[in-house]
Design a protein around this ligand. Sequence first.
Ligand code: HEM
Length: 148
Amino acid sequence: MEILPSSIDAVFQSYGRCCKDDAFFESFYRIFLGKSQTIAERFDNTDMTAQRQLIRSGLMWLVLYARGMPSSKLEALGKSHGQDGYNIPVSWYAFWEDALIEAIRRHDEAFTPALEQQWREVIEPGIRLMQSLYKTTTTQVSPLTLTE
Ligand code: HEM
């Protein structure tokens, strides 16, 4: 389904209201890590101050991708989270998305159910892209290699 430019605008404004201060990202990780012990353990050795900075850009890329930004940044992110990277099961992205919505609900004073729907629509293509990169595609074996 086509994402309306008005939805992307609304999400952009909301993002601006949320990420004014670090508290939004603190809430997000508190909620996300609170969802499961298994998820929390993945961040045992993570510098969360640095992670809160990194997620600012990550979230921005998700929104920009809906606006037509080239996919290269999200592809790299999908790969870093894939089988040969952090090995994040595809099903865990739903927890990530729900944690994000909960954090937005707390920090965006203009939050409405309609805005939640717009957020979900806008970030969906980027999340799908990341999920689609979970499995490493095997490099094609050229006929030359086969005869060697
Ligand atoms: C669309 C959803 C997500 C976005 C935009 C996102 C974004 C990011 C970014 C920007 C980084 C830092 C750059 C990098 O290391 O590649 C990162 C690292 C990481 N992410 Fe995600 N992430 C997402 C979903 C998840 C999920 C579902 C998990 C599940 C546990 C997860 C776990 C991690 C871990 C373990 C790291 C590395 C932390 C470290 O350096 O110790 N991410 N993520």
